[in-house]
Design a binder for this molecule. Structure first.
Ligand SMILES: Nc1nc2c(ncn2[C@@H]2O[C@H](COP(=O)(O)OP(=O)(O)OP(=O)(O)O)[C@@H](O)[C@H]2O)c(=O)[nH]1
Ligand SMILES: [Mg+2]
Ligand SMILES: [Zn+2]
Length: 374
């Protein structure tokens, strides 16, 4: 029998040897896994197969998930399983069924970048772009006019995801004057209070080194932005190879051609301490529709919310109310009225979405009720 020190040492060694740690598995996930397992055992007749440890979804293809149990660089074979009945996103930790055929369970997400999937007039449905991400890179190209409204929306979603947003301004090599770069940085910075900003060139590599810090410690970084802003180019340069396809943007309006079509987990090359993390390249999206329920708006508009604490009325709508600190800031030229309008629109959009969801739940309840009746 060994002493407790030996036991402890053994446990630590087993843990350190778990190749899933290099995929981002850690003590917090151990806790999630333990509580999920006991929850399942309580609520279902069968217990989860103890031999099936959670693996991480690295990509999705038409109803199939590729699940990793360790980085491919360690020679650990991934498995491909069906997603029947399971809502899976890249980055999810999942348990594969005992027969090795399908995703049996998706572990509760620690974070998820979601947006509204359907178009105007259709039902409100969420689309999870990436799950269990630590940082979201929001990319904007310096060559296009800075788009504050788009960034505001992206920031709401990013804050709501539970990950930390970082603003990345790309294509520095195409800029001719420092003044133009500064104008772009200042314009976007004005609507991104407290958010880290990096100016980079994906092609030349300027500023990319500094981005690696966000993935250190086996963390996961998702890259998001309009088609053609240079997401895949940054991934390729950081990885040091042509892992993601890229394509030229249209001359006139700098629009991309939607080159990346699948979300995918990409390994950063391991550094001397071997703790480089993961990138998730995503397809560019034209419109960013809100799927918001948390504190995204409060955080993305922290400046306005701080001002509103000084409004005379607690439920001030910042319209014509007396003693409105927000309107006063607009009049004093300290707050851009377009930013205030934008926030009001987003608040209204979020409220409409909530109504839609409530109505849908009601319908579903009624249907369920009818079904239950003999
Ligand atoms: N000059 C220059 N061109 C760049 C830079 N980054 C990307 N590009 C070019 O911009 C075009 C689009 O880049 P991609 O990396 O494919 O853009 P993306 O964001 O992945 O686009 P989607 O996959 O369509 O969403 C390609 O022709 C790239 O070579 C850069 O830093 N400098
Ligand atoms: Mg791409
Ligand atoms: Zn007010």
């Amino acid at each position: 029998m060994g002493s407790w020190e030996e036991c402890l040492c053994e446990a630590t060694v087993t843990y350190v040897n778990d190749p899933r740690m290099a995929l981002g598995w850690n003590v917090t996930w151990d806790v999630t896994w333990e509580s999920t397992r006991s929850e399942v055992a309580k609520n279902q007749s069968h217990a989860l197969d103890g031999t099936n440890l959670p693996g991480r979804v690295s990509r999705l293809d038409r109803g199939w998930s590729t699940v990793w149990y360790g980085p491919p660089s360690m020679g650990i074979e991934p498995v491909r399983v069906r997603n029947i009945g399971a809502e899976v996103a890249v980055g999810d930790w999942v348990v594969v069924s005992a027969d090795g055929e399908k995703v049996e369970m998706v572990l509760p997400r620690h974070s998820a970048f979601m947006r509204r999937a359907s178009f105007e007039g259709q039902r409100a449905e969420a689309h999870t772009i990436a799950a269990n991400i630590d940082v979201v890179f929001l990319l904007h190209a310096l060559v296009s006019p800075p788009n504050q409204r788009r960034l505001e929306r992206e920031l709401v979603l990013a804050f709501d995801s539970g990950a930390t947003p970082v603003l990345i301004l790309t294509k520095l090599d195409l800029m001719e004057s420092a003044a133009e770069v500064k104008h772009c940085v200042d314009t976007l910075e004005a609507v991104a209070p407290g958010v880290d900003i990096h100016v980079v060139s994906g092609i030349r590599g300027d500023g990319l080194e500094a981005l690696l810090q966000y993935a250190k410690g086996y963390r996961t970084v998702a890259l998001l932005g309009a088609s053609g802003v240079g997401k895949s180019t940054i991934v390729n340069t950081l990885v040091g190879g042509q892992v993601q396809s890229t394509a030229a943007v249209r001359e006139g309006d700098q629009r991309g051609r939607h080159t990346t079509t699948a979300v995918q987990l990409v390994a950063l090359p391991s550094d001397p301490i071997g703790e480089a993390g993961w990138l998730i390249d995503t397809p560019g999206v034209r419109a960013v529709s809100l799927w918001s329920s948390g504190t995204g708006i409060e955080r993305a508009f922290a400046d306005v919310f701080t001002l509103s604490e000084k409004c005379r009325f607690r439920d001030c709508k910042h319209r014509e109310e007396p003693g409105c600190a927000v309107s006063a800031a607009v009049i004093a030229g300290k707050l851009d009225p377009r930013r205030l309008d934008s926030m009001k629109r987003l608040v209204a959009e979020e409220a409409a979405l909530e109504e839609e969801q409530k109505a849908r739940l009601k319908v579903e309840d009624r249907r369920g009720f009818r079904k239950r009746k003999p």
